[in-house]
Write a protein that binds this ligand. Structure first.
Ligand code: GDP
Ligand code: MN
Length: 391
């Protein structure tokens, strides 16, 4: 599960990290009020969407004119944001964050993920913050310094010294950066994050009144869905408007569905079988429209709902049903197929490959139903050829 920047900032703040104050608004008419609440001056206005790359897309703007901020707010809330992390159609912006702009001396990257090779959390830092970290990793991997968390001791003082030294920090700045890193590591572990990033963590310029400070001015957290049951406070932060509606619908029915770009719908039981089904479609020159794992013990209702979801994608020109009857019984699936074909009255070809428990009964059910849209296949290669030819 992903959350918005303002929610991530709140978590950081609550855990004791230095984050500038901020206001969240939902319409341009709230700009003046937010400006007043923040005490005016130079402010930054930022779109709150799960996609990144907002800066380059023009959805992070700095200004000291309330009228100008209002104008930008109106634009951001009405024109979908297109960035490197969105599709060409962009994403709709519904919330904006406003905060005092900071005078930046240097921008750093601080992030955490699970290192699957070492089976534990790793903290990564880079002096090249602000820009896309993926680019830094590809172009200059040495510019990213890593420290792995000890399973019982967590991030230790010597590691914090290494990390802050890698950022070229010393004295008070190093101390407060180390504090922010400690807070980030604590949130990562306690909240079961799969990703936690501060990009950029900034060192501010000193001015007459205050010395240089370390501040988190952008944050991103992803949480492990399988651990959400023990974090009701996080589950509340879920924003369904950021999700694909078909994926939400599928989740309600315990179907694992991911929308893709192609035109061949897939209905498969088992994630591994779903992956190999997508592979074989591509091998025969087709493009899958979705990944769909209906689960090992698929029921008639589950299969019917899966058909509804696949058919609601207007790109779909044909469907490949690939079921291996292990726990699931082929005859139940065949009945569901026939029922769905009659109930939903679809016109696009459905190529069916069934194998395993009760496959003979299943073949008979399909044959007796005598529906022209249901095309039987002898094996998976035959099925892939037939569905690719059909679309
Ligand atoms: P992202 O592009 O979606 O990651 O959004 P960020 O919040 O990271 O903003 C992108 C860039 O805008 C940052 O790397 C900064 O260079 C700049 N920026 C954001 N907030 C401020 C600010 O308060 N002051 C200044 N000077 N620049 C800022
Ligand atoms: Mn950023």
């Amino acid at each position: 599960m992903k959350v918005h920047e303002y929610q991530a900032r709140r978590l950081l703040q609550q855990a004791g990290a230095a984050v500038p104050p901020f206001e969240v608004i939902e319409s341009a008419s709230q700009v003046r009020q937010a400006v007043a609440a923040l005490g005016g001056g130079r402010l930054v206005l930022k779109a709150q969407v799960h996609a990144g790359g907002r800066g380059k897309a023009g959805y992070v703007v700095l200004s000291d004119s309330p009228a100008e901020l209002e104008e930008h707010a109106r634009r951001m809330l009405s024109v979908p944001m297109v960035s490197r992390q969105t599709g060409p159609e962009g994403v709709r912006v519904r919330k904006l964050l406003m905060a005092p702009a900071v005078e930046i001396d240097r921008e750093f990257y601080v992030g955490m993920v699970i290192d699957r090779v070492r089976s534990g959390p790793v903290m990564m830092v880079s002096r090249e913050g602000g820009v896309e970290i993926e680019e830094v990793a590809a172009r200059n991997p040495d510019a990213i310094v890593k420290e792995w968390l000890h399973p019982h001791l967590g991030l230790q003082p010597f590691q914090l010294r290494r990390l802050t030294a890698a950022l070229g920090l010393s004295g008070d700045a190093a101390k407060s950066a180390a504090h922010t890193m400690t807070v980030l590591a604590k949130i990562f572990v306690e909240k079961d994050c799969s990703l936690a990033e501060i990009n950029p963590l900034v060192l501010t310029k000193a001015d007459g009144r205050s010395p240089q400070r370390i501040l988190a001015i952008d944050a991103k957290f992803n949480f492990d869905d399988n651990a959400l049951f023990r974090h009701p406070d996080l589950a509340e932060m879920f924003d369904p408007t950021e999700e694909n509606p078909n994926e939400l619908r599928a989740a309600k029915h315990n179907l694992n569905y991911i929308a893709l770009q192609g035109n061949i719908g897939c209905l498969v039981n088992g994630a591994g079988l779903a992956m190999s089904t997508m592979d074989i479609i591509k091998l025969h020159g087709g493009e899958p429209a979705n990944f769909l794992d209906v689960g090992g013990s698929v029921t008639r209702d589950g299969a019917t709902e899966a058909f509804r979801i696949i058919l609601s994608d207007p790109k779909v020109r044909g469907i490949l049903v690939n079921i291996f009857g292990g726990i699931a019984r082929c005859d139940v699936i065949a009945e569901a197929l026939v029922a769905a074909a009659r109930e939903l009255n679809f016109r696009i070809p459905v190529v069916v490959r069934l194998e395993g428990t009760n496959v003979e009964q299943a073949r008979k059910i399909l044959k007796d139903a005598d529906l022209s849209v249901l095309v039987a296949a002898n094996d998976l290669t035959d099925a892939a050829r037939k569905v690719c030819a059909a679309v």
